[in-house]
Design a protein. Structure first.
Ligand SMILES: C[S@@+](CC[C@H](N)C(=O)[O-])C[C@H]1O[C@@H](n2cnc3c(N)ncnc32)[C@H](O)[C@@H]1O
Length: 337
């Protein structure tokens, strides 16, 4: 037996949920938003959030030790990263995703072992006939939280995609399954010559329109209500599917890729972006865990590699395909018709 091996990495991973839940509770409470005003001492923070005297000092010092806060003579402050990404009033706020992780995914992941054994979703759709969206969208608060979470998750890849793709060669685009409109807004802001459509289920319309008009883009971005299994997709020079295919089974992925192909003109482009798993399925743990998240969240969804997606695109008729990294764990696959 190798006496030089250490259990440290195993224990750190096994107790990862301690740090994770501490951060998620801080986001839920709005700690990083409150600290945008400047440093605050412990008694003021404890009073502001109604924390018990037993918890407050350990909670804030744990956030310091986890690298999420700094502590100085005047009290606790945000780090440069938490100021940029976890203050609710920052344009770069990604906490919507963490708010959803806290409210929904954290409890649902408690049933991972059951999902591993049964292959059945462990979320609001558990035991019912509806898919994730049917189960979530009947409740306006869950709908809003989910769509905002999508914006938090898509902001980084959307900003990268606005730069990485040759948009100057095209004039129209459709974001298929656009959610709140995080991606269309970033692309339209960066390229004033483009007009775009957000395609999604009818319940999403008002939330999309409100977000787009808040960004002053109502004249160039419009909403098209539809169901991508029941309806044809609207035509445009470029179609985008961001984190759509991973929600669905192999057969449904194929159906959606075929519909995208049919909606494009010759020379048109389909952009699929996801947290693609590396082709060797060894290194992108986030992509692999996202696929387990689809096990928890959907009836047949799974994540895939860039090579898988290029192969599927070729099968439905795309002539050229390429994979490019976008931001963090996200990459895109581009298919040209
Ligand atoms: C995982 S979210 C991805 C949102 C966004 N593209 C992003 O990257 O942030 C999936 C989106 O697909 C939409 N969707 C689900 N089923 C749909 C259907 N049958 N027809 C149209 N849109 C659908 C959902 O409403 C949701 O906005």
């Amino acid at each position: 037996m190798d006496q030089n091996v250490s259990p440290d990495a195993i224990l750190q991973l096994g107790f990862g949920f301690w740090g994770s839940k501490t951060l998620l509770s801080a986001v839920e409470l709005g700690v990083f938003t409150a600290l945008a005003e400047g440093p605050k001492p412990l008694p003021q923070l404890a009073a502001e959030f109604g924390l018990h005297p037993r918890s407050a000092v350990d909670f804030f010092d744990a956030l310091v030790a986890l690298g999420m806060l700094e502590r100085g003579d005047e009290g606790y402050t945000n780090t440069p990263a938490t100021a940029a990404f976890l203050d609710r009033n920052s344009p770069r706020y990604v906490g919507g995703l963490l708010e959803m992780a806290n409210a929904r995914l954290y409890p649902h992941w408690g049933n991972l072992t059951e999902a591993l054994k049964t292959g059945e979703p462990q979320n609001e759709a558990k035991g019912g006939d509806e898919d994730l969206f049917g189960a979530l969208y009947g409740d306006p608060e869950r709908l809003r939280q989910f769509l905002q979470a999508m914006t938090g998750a898509s902001l980084g890849p959307a900003m990268a995609l606005a730069q990485a793709f040759p948009w100057k060669d095209y004039s129209t685009f459709v974001d298929v399954g656009c959610a709140q409109g995080g991606l269309p807004v970033q692309v339209a802001k960066a390229h004033p010559h483009l007009t775009g459509v957000g395609f999604d289920l009818p319940a999403v319309g008002p939330i999309f329109e409100q977000y787009v008009s808040r960004h002053g883009l109502g004249d160039r971005l419009t909403f098209h209500a539809g169901d991508f299994f029941a309806d044809d997709l609207p035509s445009a020079d470029v179609l985008v599917m961001g984190r759509i295919l991973h929600d669905w089974s192999f057969e449904q992925k194929f159906e959606l890729l075929g519909k995208a192909y049919d909606a494009l003109p010759d020379g048109g482009a389909l952009i699929v972006y996801e947290s693609l798993i590396d082709d060797d399925r060894r290194t992108n743990a986030f992509g692999l865990l996202m696929s387990l998240n689809m096990l928890i969240e959907t009836k047949g969804g799974f994540d895939f590699t860039g090579k898988d997606c290029c192969g599927w695109m070729t099968l439905v008729g795309f002539t050229e395909t390429r994979v490019e990294h976008l931001a963090g764990p996200n990459s895109m696959v581009v298919g040209i018709k």
